[in-house]
Design a protein around this ligand. Structure first.
Ligand code: NZQ
Ligand code: ZN
Length: 393
């Protein structure tokens, strides 16, 4: 193992911490742009709590509401326009991953003169990685993406049907205020999709990383086991604050870089899912629930040992040979996803075969290697991706 680790985001975690929003934001500016989604934070009182805390600390507020799931670049441009017009000095994201991602890119776009789509890697020659952004404060209301404590954002373009990402140090939030109370109103389905998303963040590194990472393996297994223990409780009873707390913490840990450190990971399942979401606007975690088991069955044929370890350690399974043990573990995992209400077939998402070749093209658009394959263990050709998708019909 040989690696560098960097994560400068300060984390405030626990029930009730949203009350400290104002004092924390005030350290970074006197006027905040509050970025929010389609209305949940208005309906459940979270916005009112945030505004009260900000105003009590002497922070003025401007608003950019209406960020859609799978956030569009047009919403980013709208938010940056408001931030400039209102003279905002800090951006506060109040919502799920979509809102946080949009807020991050709004913070960079406010200080960028060109088209904000330049900053999202989508295979263009003139990719402009952002180097400056207004200070960002994240307040997640949904346990899923881990965007609250990382430097990534995923944005969609309706015109080109591309959904892609930007990673940049300036997008690390200054502070993440992670209050599980804010997630008590997340609908059952979204709760389950979030559990699937956070698990997939660690399975990607676990199955695609280098060999010889025993501590990272145990970290990843700890996140998966915790999510499989507490996720069903949060799904069964959304008011269970303890369950909400455990999956919220799991979602932060799953993608703040620590579990993946040193694994030299790749994210093939995510790349394929983003292609599906770009064309059909499906929920990210639901897409992953269909694709991850299908991808695992594909990859386990090339590398059964790692999947056999997964089966033994997560499900206490045994079998006469490593290949059948690997497959039995994947079956159990798919069973778990179904048990919390996730789809595991493309037809459940309403998707047919028409665009399989296009998804394969899109998946390799940004991260494809010199041979045009999707990086991972093993790398996938476009034909492999199409074949895998057929198994998920
Ligand atoms: O829009 P509102 O009204 O807020 O409702 C949202 C939305 O309908 C609702 N919701 C959120 N918090 C709620 C709530 N409803 C009731 N009570 C609450 N407390 O949930 C719905 C989904 O919200 P969204 O933000 O879209 O979900 P999620 O957090 O799963 O974010 C998904 C997005 O993040 C990207 C995905 O690709 C997708 O675009 N990702 C970002 C990553 C990152 N930045 O690190 C990594 C991930 O792998 C992922 O790709
Ligand atoms: Zn994800």
């Amino acid at each position: 193992m040989k690696f560098a680790f960097y994560n400068p985001t300060r984390l405030l975690f626990g029930a009730g911490t949203v009350a400290r929003l104002g004092e924390e934001v005030r350290k970074h500016g006197r006027k905040a742009l509050i970025v929010s989604g389609g209305g949940s934070v208005k309906g459940n009182g979270t916005l009112a709590r945030a505004v009260t805390s900000l105003q009590a600390a002497g922070v003025e507020v401007a608003e950019c509401a209406g960020i859609e799931p799978n956030p569009r670049i047009t919403s980013v441009a709208r938010g940056a326009e408001i931030a400039r017009r209102e003279g905002c000095e800090v951006v506060v994201a109040l919502g799920g991953g979509s809102t946080m991602d949009a807020a991050k890119v709004i913070a960079a776009a406010t200080l960028y003169d060109g088209d904000p789509w330049d900053m999202i890697a989508h295979g263009q020659e003139n990719w402009v990685a952002p180097t400056r952004a207004l200070p960002i404060v994240t307040v997640p209301t949904l346990a899923a993406t881990g965007s609250e404590m990382n430097n990534g954002a995923v944005i969609s373009n309706d015109d080109s049907k591309v959904k892609s990402f930007v990673l940049a140090d300036c997008l690390f939030p200054k502070i993440a205020i992670v209050d599980p109370e804010l997630t008590l109103t997340v609908p059952t389905e979204q709760t389950a999709f979030g559990v699937c998303d956070l698990i997939t963040h660690v399975t990607e590194g676990y199955f695609n990383g280098i060999d010889g990472t025993p501590i990272q393996d145990r970290f990843a297994e700890g996140v998966i086991a915790t999510a499989m223990e507490w996720g069903p409780k949060a799904v069964a009873n959304g008011s269970d604050l303890e369950a909400r707390t455990q999956i919220q913490w799991a979602s932060v840990v799953a993608l703040n870089g620590w579990v993946q450190a040193g694994t030299d990971f790749s994210f093939p399942v995510h790349m394929i899912e983003h292609a599906l979401s770009a064309h059909h606007d499906i929920t990210h975690g639901a897409g992953l629930a269909v694709l991850n088991p299908a991808w695992m069955r594909f990859a386990a044929k090339a590398r059964p040992e790692r999947f056999a370890q997964f089966a033994e350690r997560l499900f206490a399974l045994s079998a006469p040979d490593r290949e059948s043990l690997a497959m039995a573990g994947i079956d159990k995992f798919a069973e778990f996803l179904r048990s919390i209400g996730c789809p595991t077939r493309l037809t459940e998402l309403g998707l047919g075969e028409e665009l399989f070749a296009r998804y394969a093209e899109d998946a390799v658009l940004v991260v494809g290697d010199a041979a045009g394959n999707l990086p991972g263990r093993p790398p996938m050709s476009k034909a492999d991706i199409v074949a895998m998708l057929r198994t998920a019909r």
